[in-house]
Ligand binder design. Sequence first.
Ligand SMILES: Cc1cc2nc3c(=O)[nH]c(=O)nc-3n(C[C@H](O)[C@H](O)[C@H](O)COP(=O)(O)OP(=O)(O)OC[C@H]3O[C@@H](n4cnc5c(N)ncnc54)[C@H](O)[C@@H]3O)c2cc1C
Length: 301
Amino acid sequence: MTPGQHPSPRGELLLDEPLARHTSWRVGGPARRLYRPADAEDLAAFLRGLDPEEPLLWLGLGSNLLVSDAGFAGTVIETQGALDALERDGAQGIRAEAGVSCAKAARFAAKLGLGGIEFLAGIPGTIGGALAMNAGAWGGETWGRVVRVKTIDRRGEIRERGPQDFEIGYRQVRGVPGEWFLEAQFALEPSDADEAMERIRTLLGERGERQPIGLPSCGSVFRNPPGDHAARLIEAAGLKGTREGGAQVSEKHANFIINTGEASARDIARLIVRVRREVEGKSGIRLIPEVHRVGEAGDDE
Ligand SMILES: Cc1cc2nc3c(=O)[nH]c(=O)nc-3n(C[C@H](O)[C@H](O)[C@H](O)COP(=O)(O)OP(=O)(O)OC[C@H]3O[C@@H](n4cnc5c(N)ncnc54)[C@H](O)[C@@H]3O)c2cc1C
């Protein structure tokens, strides 16, 4: 090694790591390997060293993932606490790496007197996850403010891309296969810092009133169908409180499924199937899950 050069990879590698520790539903079997990169350069070196056939899963805060009880037979790249650079970008923007939490980015911008991403404050995920999902709330959507992203592929190549390179929809984003998000630049607008922080407090307060915050969940399980709300349809089908094993349709917000303590991924997957079937039977509307699935959950779907 030449002097001054870092050994690579410099991150942390965990073997047979239970993914239940890394998902907000607190379910999911082990990942064969889980890697937390030291930084973007280290991540590139790690990816270059991987077998090209190695299955890869990118993980932010795991707040929109249903990982099967069998786990993941491949390598998980965990960005949270790893790719965590966050800075002002010009007069009216910020730059955030993929592992920065949405809440941190929203508050950082608000304190700088930059408005437009206050809605991110209540989304318990990372910037990478928000880009992958086009996460949104109260009329705001992640990609509504993104001007540029950096992506990385499994050869460790980093590219700059703009919104025009992606197909962006409601809670879904299609990009170039085999590229993942490293960071994003957001264009914001001047705002009074106190007012922006007040907006964040108000949004968080409303969220606490309507959602079962604090219980293991993945937020909304289904996308809202056009012109309607998944929660309304689930409630109208009489499914509030319905259980499969340790998984339960929340009494507070019918589009949330909570882990009451001992749920398996299979319980959750079965409840998802049951909710879809019963809602379709009563209303004729087939709900589409918003959560991403990893592995087979054995739910007879
Ligand atoms: C209580 C609660 C409330 C919620 N409220 C909302 C809400 O109001 N609005 C909303 O939109 N969502 C909401 N969610 C869902 C969830 O927080 C969002 O979808 C969030 O964007 C997921 O981010 P994450 O970092 O946890 O992603 P993960 O769950 O870790 O991953 C989600 C998907 O993104 C992919 N991914 C993660 N990082 C990257 C990356 N760097 N590059 C490429 N792909 C990547 C993963 O592979 C996976 O497919 C809520 C969840 C909970 C638990």
